[in-house]
Design a binder for this molecule. Structure first.
Ligand code: FAD
Length: 306
């Protein structure tokens, strides 16, 4: 981390709430579920279905985990009521993975059952490497009791190609990401090109396994390779989509949508936005510079060089 990043990060807790809210506004729908529903409806009108994320992670008690799972159930129901094409995406430590794997499994399974009734879907997100094994175990248990669940895999981690092979046979839905957590070099790729290569190779292998794959990225270079992959493999539109974060490089998602690719937008909301944004920025200080640059210059414009 360079000196500027260090100074910027040290100043984070000192930023006044209105300034922090301004920084996070383009990336977080708001504090209330209604804010997220409003944003999702606007996106839908532009041809983008959504993903709903209630901000938070690393909860400390079983009661909190149960409350979070209940909020997700209510959110899924509200999406259905508003006829919004969006599903919920849940971090394992937000519904108790650190407390107990059984608790996380129980709450995911209950949410998946509720989402089955609502004809919807649940994505199990992936957090840092200390949770990978337990998250995959919970996911495999879930797959045995529900068919409307998907997982996230991170191309940054050296283990991921093995994880792809180890997943049980059967219907499979995977969101491929690079991985937001800066992991130790002993267990992770550090070079951007190696992370991209691993991303494409894992996606290719997942298609060979018959999986549905979501490409969650804003990296246009990587996206070109993924488009080539689906074209050469004649992968049907139902088997892939791009997924993007609210407010990040909007010009890119419009380009993909206009070229006929499905694009789904991830919309976070919730009262925990400040803590969440601060944790994210601390875990990956380069993001802080990106956010500042995007807020100051806007990310809707296509950059001159890509
Ligand atoms: P990068 O090379 O990191 O980014 C390409 C360009 O996009 C950058 O130059 C920058 O301009 C812009 N950019 C990217 N991210 C941001 C941002 N947050 N703010 C401002 N500008 C940005 N990671 C996990 O570990 N687990 C998950 O469960 C998970 N779920 C995700 C769900 C979705 C829908 C998306 C889009 C990402 C998710 N991620 C998750 C994050 C992912 O792992 C990457 O950290 C993130 O997408 C940035 O990588 P990139 O592929 O966009 O490429």
């Amino acid at each position: 981390m360079n000196v500027l990043d260090r100074a910027a990060l040290a100043s984070l807790p000192l930023l006044p709430r209105p300034l922090m809210r301004l920084l996070s506004k383009r990336y977080v729908a708001g504090e209330r579920l209604e804010d997220a529903l409003e944003r999702l409806a606007l996106l839908r009108a532009q041809g983008f279905p959504g993903i709903l994320d209630l901000l938070g992670e690393e909860i400390a008690s079983e009661a909190q985990a149960r409350a979070v799972a209940a909020s997700y159930g209510e959110a899924a129901q509200a999406l259905r009521r508003a006829r919004i094409d969006a599903y919920v995406s849940v971090k394992p430590t937000h519904i108790g993975l650190r407390i107990s794997e059984d608790l996380a499994f129980e709450l995911y399974a209950k949410l998946a059952r509720r989402c089955t009734e609502l004809d919807s879907f649940v994505r199990v997100e992936m957090e840092d490497h200390t949770t990978t094994d337990s998250t995959l175990r919970v996911f495999e248990r879930l797959r045995r009791v529900a068919d409307n669940v998907g997982i996230v895999l991170q191309s940054r981690l050296l283990r991921t190609p093995r994880d792809v092979e180890a997943l049980a046979v059967g219907p499979l839905s995977v969101r491929m990401v690079k991985g937001i957590y800066l992991e130790p070099p002993e267990i992770a790729h550090v070079e951007p090109e190696a992370i991209r290569r691993a991303f494409v190779e894992c996606a290719q292998r997942l298609f060979q396994r018959g999986a549905r794959v979501a490409f969650a990225t804003h990296d246009d270079l990587l996206a070109e390779r993924l488009v080539a992959l689906v074209r050469t493999g004649t992968i049907a539109l139902e088997r892939y989509e791009f997924q993007v974060l609210l407010g990040v490089r909007d010009w890119l998602w419009h380009t993909w949508r206009d070229a006929g690719h499905p694009v789904r937008v991830y919309v976070p909301y919730g009262p925990d936005w400040r803590a969440y944004c601060t944790r994210r920025l601390r875990k990956n200080p380069q993001l802080f510079r990106q956010v500042l640059r995007d807020v100051l210059l806007g990310s809707r414009r296509r950059p001159r060089t890509t």
